[in-house]
Structures are given as structure tokens and as C-alpha cells.
Design a protein around this ligand. Sequence first.
Ligand code: UDP
Ligand code: MG
Length: 340
Amino acid sequence: MLLSIIIPVYNEAESLPALMARLRPIVGGLDCDYELIFVNDGSTDETSRMLRELSVVDHCVKVLSFSRNFGHQTAITAGLDFANGDATAVMDADLQDPPELLPEMLRLMRQGYDVVSAQRQARPGDGVWKRCTASVFYWFMRRFVDQRLLPEVGDFRLFSRTAVLAIRRFREQHRFMRGLVAWLGLKEAIIPFQREERAHGTTKYPLFKMLQLAWTAVSSFSALPLRLSTNLGFAIILFGIGYLVFSIFSALITKTTIQGWTSLVCLQIIFSGAILMAVGLVGNYVARIYEESKQRPLYVVSDLQNLPMPVAGPERGVVLEPSVPVEPAVDHPSPVRVRR
Ligand code: UDP
Ligand code: MG
């Protein structure tokens, strides 16, 4: 049996030595073969060099380098496309997902589960803000979008081959892996665990990226925001009709219409805001349809280490052929700038 472990990495030079030191004895002690697939998501620090060195001395270390940063969720997708294992684990590089859980996850998979998910019991490293936003996010997603989405379950999971083949069929541009797994409805086991603090480096998920992921999660699984905006529009119309009756009454009976200026301005603001918001929401969905209709590749792999060039490339994934240098590389004179 072969276990593939997918580790997306983005500027994790500080975390890699500690990760390897903790992961190696665990995978070495398993009663199966293993491969570590690092997906280098356009790192700009020492990560690329370190991964290259690791892959030279250890053929179980396989590296897939993107041409630029495509994001965590896309990195997981590419890892799943290249994984050969009978079981495939996905874990972060910062040791917040303890590798010690892997033997227990494998044991459960052998009992017939297609997905084994780790559920966080605590988030000691995360501040109050991240904890609150995460709770609101999971509550909202479960309440309004998909009941099957498990609270506090991130991307630390073990998938059977069946699950990996099923997930590979999803080729949408805006990806929320947890949602896709929940949508599939596979037989799932859950292991609770204490999430540790990030040992080295800083989070690669700043607020903006988190909000982007949250919006992808909502918009790619539900048209709820559109429905909400319709309902809001309807409520405003009802309110408007009430106010219309009041205005006519004021004009004809009490003859105090000039006093209505303040309320007119207020209504104008409310209506303009509501209309703009609704148009913006529709626009956002249209933009996503537009992006999806272009059928662009999900990622571009510029370098593979210890992995064969795929014969038929992954669907919607580009793997660049290694270019043969015609002339030996020279230091460019000053006006020429080289882009990484
Ligand atoms: N990551 C990635 N691409 C990105 C952002 C993050 O591959 O654009 C990787 C990162 O190196 C780490 C994992 O995704 O291995 C989770 O990121 P992080 O630990 O920073 O997220 P957090 O735990 O703070 O939510
Ligand atoms: Mg982390």
C-alpha cells in the first residue's frame, strides 16, 4: 500500500526543517510505503531551494512547483491530481496539523471510510478575531449553505483512492475543497485533535485571503446572497408602499409635504444602497460565470522533481515542458531584468 501526503507550501522555509524532523519518523514507522508531495505554491523565499535539496537526497520527496502563487486550495487540487497513493493525506506545512494523527487516520480508512477528517478542538495559536470569524463562518455555512459541512474541520484529511478519483472530477475555478468533500457525501470518520500554534513563520492566510475563501465558499455552493437581496428588495418595496400611503395622506390631508425632505433623502440613500448592493451581487456571480466560461487552466506547473512528466496532462492543469537551454546561462547586463 502507498500513502501519498500532500503538503502545500508557500514561503515555509522556516517550517520545513521542523516538519521533516517530525514527519519522517512517523511515516517511516508506518507499515506502508509513502510519498511526500510538496506543492510549492510560488514561494519566493528559500523554500524552493530547500525542497530541491530534499528531493535530491530522498526519492520519496516529490515536488511540484507552480509558476506563481495560485493559492492553497489550488495547490491541494494539483497535489490530488499527481498523488498515486491508495490513501492520500493533505496537511499544512506549519505543523498545525499534527502528523502523529496519520497512523490513526490510516487505521480508520482500513475500516472502510473514504474520508477521515481531523476536527479542531482548540485554536490556541489563533487570536480572538480569527476564532470569532471562524465560528461565525462555520455557523453561517452550516445554517444557510450546506448542513453537511462539518464545523472546525479544515483541509487536514485522509482520502481513499475512491475519494481522490471523485474529487478530481471537480474542475471548477473557484474552489472550496471542504465544500466539495461535503457535497460528495462519502463515508466519513472524524478524529478530534488539539490544534497547536504555528511553530515557525507567520500565517499565509491574511484577512483578505480569508474573506476571499469565505466568499468562494458561499458563492460556489449557493445562490443564497442573490435570494437574500431579492428578499431585501421585497421588504424595501413593502416599506416604500407604506411610506407612499403616508406621503399621500400628508400631502392631501395634513398639507405638510415640505417637511418630508429629510425622509426623502434617507429613502434615497437606502434605495440607492440596496440597488447597488443587489447589482454588485449579481455582477459578482456573472463575473464568476465569465471566469468559468473561459475554461482556463487551474494551475501551471513549471517544475517537477521526482515526478514523471504526465503523459496525458491533468484536466485543466498545465505542466510546462522543461526547456532545453540553447546557450549557457549568462549574467544579464543591467537593462535586462529577469522575472522570477
Ligand atoms: N499556503 C499555500 N498557498 C497560499 C497560502 C498558504 O500553499 O497562498 C499553504 C501554507 O504554506 C500552509 C497551508 O497552506 O502550508 C496553510 O496556510 P497557513 O498555515 O498560513 O494558514 P492558517 O493555518 O493560518 O489558516
Ligand atoms: Mg497554519
